[in-house]
Write a protein of this length. Structure first.
Lengths: 362, 406
């Protein structure tokens, strides 16, 4: 039956994450952005909620309840709090989910338990590349087979690089195929340079230079069997689309509340149709994008090909997040342009979704 | 129920049933009745009355409630929106009776639609030359004279107004004021049976699209209907009075919460007709849409089509959500207007883009693509224009009354 109600369990999770995001994440968003640092206490508290661990297999200490729909609900709520902090909280998923889905038994054993323990362990994924014509499906980073090893060379960027992290999953091409490689952060030939981007100030990311980095053949994700990287990318798009909806909502809500408070010509500006209609359109577009995300996630949960749905949801959510952030800056006027308010940050963050569209958060 | 986009078996049966009807009965005559405006599509009316209204055989087990009704509207409007509007059904007049009528009224006015005999139509007459979206500005009057209401005034843009007023057994729900000084509170709705003396068909509009659907001007001159034909209570609430549970103006307005998802579904149907056609034609031209191509490879037509697909699906899902809330008995005023606003705009953009993509043949009347563009636009206008629905959404999200946000 066609239905739009999350299950009771999902509603409970959403409510928990919503409160967490409102009470602990959102209040820290600006300070973390300015300090370009993450709030360790928030990350550890989030870890206790088990948002990633719940979705990992029970055999490795997880909750065994991986669902793209649940993941999308969580992503939206966290990103509504703050995108940088949300990505940090969910960073373990960047490596843990691909390993859970495609890893060999050895890879699972060596990697997954750390994400279900008491301590927050961040994860990392290197997929984007610092070039104009970058496309997630055709990396120029190469992995060359050499005996019982692979030798990786190339450049990656926008790689989340939180301290104390696990190995990094590097996406690279081998003989026309795309694969993932589990690379220790201290591997020889791997050089990480902190980078600065337009937004996501609080999230530490690096440019990775891979200069003939040697890893054993068994470090390939899935080992001999390999992994379906395309499906990871599609799934990643859906999770990020959910996060984009969250950013859109955050910006929309700031604009809505401001418009009701701010008086001009003797009345709240929200009573002017120019403002009210802008907000109405955003509300409609945000809900529309969310439903596209849900449908794509639902298809993923059924194990069906969701290439089309993921692309459509991603495209809509990216546009809506940008429109909402831009709309919020506009509604706040000069106040939207200064850093006392959040919309300028929402705008900088929202623009990023076209760049990091393939991080697997769900 | 968890989040699901999987239709029940019964809905799938209904979708197939109405799709076949669209393909076999509607598409072949769509162009003909567009060209021959004001001519009743007799074979379609007869077919629907004799066979179509029975609906598909259903299985034991659940359906999808109002979502299923939306899917039916989508399929039939994929066939032809004008012929859909021309079907012998109670239509909006029926929704008003269903929403605000007593059991006796429902029986009296709606039973005929389930019976044998000749086809019948229902219609709703709200709009006047000086009162469109602002229904409270209605000038048509209703005065109680003994046991009868006496109606005086002129209604325009009444969909199926000709059929509903001229074919025995049908009816028109007419909005009129019983007290102009009371504003909205004075607006009541009355059921005027077909062929009631004093109700006169004054003319039919010539339109941009949906030409097979009659859009009538009705003149009421001393038109008398029984007292019992008033929907809701006769009492005019004074400003600031306590709610009485009367379904008068609010009841009539609530009709729109039920009808807007249907209009949105109509829009989705027309939009899908265009999009399906574009995709088939592109396939003939060797163009396949690549959903995972990089932005450097993607052609502009592919980009356009993906945008059209996303717009259409967002509109469809917003529509289903509003309908699903009705099934669950939850208030859906906000969601119904969201769906209507989105779908009206989506069909407008999608059908216009389809003509553009298909070049000269897309503009030619040899194909239906140009017709869909003309037909689709009505969904952005009737049942509350785009702007009225934006206004409703704005009031809800801002928690403003209609006087705070005008």
């Amino acid at each position: 039956m066609i239905d739009f109600e999350p299950s009771e369990e999902q509603q409970l999770i959403v409510e928990t994450v919503r409160q967490f995001a409102a009470n602990e994440v959102r209040p820290r968003a600006r300070e973390c952005c300015e300090a370009r640092a993450l709030p360790d206490d928030v990350l550890h508290h989030a870890h206790e909620l088990g948002l990633v661990a719940n979705a990992l297999p029970e055999a490795w200490g997880g909750g065994g309840e991986r669902s793209a729909v649940t993941g999308a609900l969580v992503c939206e709520e966290l990103a509504r709090g703050d995108l940088s902090i949300a990505l940090a909280i969910l960073s373990p998923a960047l490596i843990a989910f691909p390993v859970a889905a495609f890893g060999s038994e050895d890879q699972k054993r060596s990697l997954l338990p750390q994400f279900t323990g008491d301590r927050f362990v961040p994860g990392s994924l290197a997929i984007a590349e610092p070039r104009v014509r970058w496309d997630p499906f055709t990396p120029t980073t190469r992995a060359r087979r050499d005996g019982d090893a692979y030798v990786l060379s190339g450049e990656k960027c926008f790689v989340p690089w939180l301290k104390g992290g696990s190995p990094v999953l590097v996406i690279a091409a081998t003989d026309g195929e795309v694969h993932g490689f589990l690379v220790p952060r201290d591997a020889d030939g791997l050089r990480a340079t902190p980078e600065r981007n337009m937004g996501l100030d609080a999230l530490p990311t690096v440019e990775l230079a891979l200069d003939d980095v040697r890893v054993p053949a068994s470090a390939r994700l899935g080992d001999a069997a390999g992994a379906d990287i395309r499906s990871l990318i599609h799934r990643g798009r859906v999770g990020l689309a959910a996060a984009a909806v969250g950013v859109a909502r955050a910006a929309f809500e700031v604009a809505r509340d401001y418009a009701k408070e701010r008086h001009a010509f003797g009345a709240p500006i929200a009573t002017k149709q120019a403002i009210a209609f802008l907000l109405a359109d955003l509300a409609i577009e945000i809900d529309g994008a969310r439903l596209l995300v849900w449908e794509a996630a639902w298809k993923l949960d059924r194990g069906e090909d969701a290439t089309r749905e993921a692309a459509l949801a991603s495209q809509q959510a990216q546009r809506v997040s940008l429109d909402a952030a831009d709309g919020a800056v506009q509604v706040l006027g000069g106040h939207g342009y200064i850093r006392d308010y959040l919309p300028e940050m929402h705008l900088r963050n929202a623009r990023g979704f076209s760049t990091f569209e393939a991080l697997t958060l769900i | 129920m968890p989040i699901s986009f999987d239709a029940t078996e019964n809905t799938r049966l209904a979708r197939d049933y109405y799709h076949r009807m669209a393909v076999e009965q509607m598409r072949p005559i769509a162009s003909q009745y567009d060209e021959r405006e004001h001519e009743a599509p007799k074979e379609w009316i007869d077919y629907f009355w004799k066979h179509g209204r029975r609906g598909p055989e259903t299985h034991e087990g659940p359906g999808d409630g109002f979502v299923q009704v939306c899917i039916q509207a989508e399929e039939l409007c994929w066939g032809d929106a004008a012929l859909y509007l021309r079907m012998p059904t109670p239509a909006l007049g029926g929704s008003a009776v269903a929403a605000a009528g007593t059991p006796e009224q429902k029986q009296r006015f709606l039973a005929r639609f389930r019976g044998e005999g000749t086809p019948v139509w229902g219609a709703m007459a709200i709009t006047e030359s000086g009162a469109g979206s602002d229904a409270a500005a209605i000038e048509m009057t209703a005065e109680l004279d003994g046991d009868e209401w006496v109606l005086n005034g002129t209604k325009i843009f009444c969909t199926s107004g000709e059929a509903a007023s001229q074919c025995e057994g049908g009816f028109v729900v007419v909005w009129a004021t019983v007290d102009r000084s009371a504003g909205r509170a004075g607006i009541k709705s009355f059921v005027v049976p077909a062929l009631t003396p004093g109700m006169k068909l004054a003319g039919l509009e010539k339109k941009l699209g949906i030409r097979a659907s009659d859009t009538a001007t009705l003149i009421f001159e001393g038109c008398r209907v029984p007292k019992a034909n008033l929907l809701g209570s006769a009492e005019v609430k004074k400003r600031g009075a306590k709610p009485t549970g009367d379904k008068g103006f609010k009841g009539a307005m609530a009709t729109f919460d039920a009808s807007r998802p249907i209009v949105a579904a109509m829009a989705v149907g027309v939009g899908r007709a265009s999009l399906d056609f574009v995709l088939e034609e592109l396939a003939r031209q060797g163009v396949r849409i690549r959903y995972d191509a990089s932005r450097f490879e993607l052609g502009s037509v592919e980009r356009d089509v993906m945008e059209m697909e996303a717009e259409l699906q967002a509109a469809r899902l917003l529509t289903w959500r509003a309908a699903s809330m009705m099934t669950h008995g939850r208030p859906n005023n906000l969601e119904a207007s969201m769906a209507k606003a989105k779908a009206g705009l989506a069909v407008t953009k999608i059908t216009q883009k389809a003509v553009e993509i298909l070049g000269p043949p897309g503009y030619s009347r040899k194909w239906l693509v140009e017709k869909w563009m003309r037909d689709g636009k009505i969904n952005d206008i009737f049942e509350g224009t785009q702007q009225i629905n934006q206004l409703i959404v704005a009031r809800r999200i801002l928690d403003y009354s209609s006087s705070a946000l005008r």
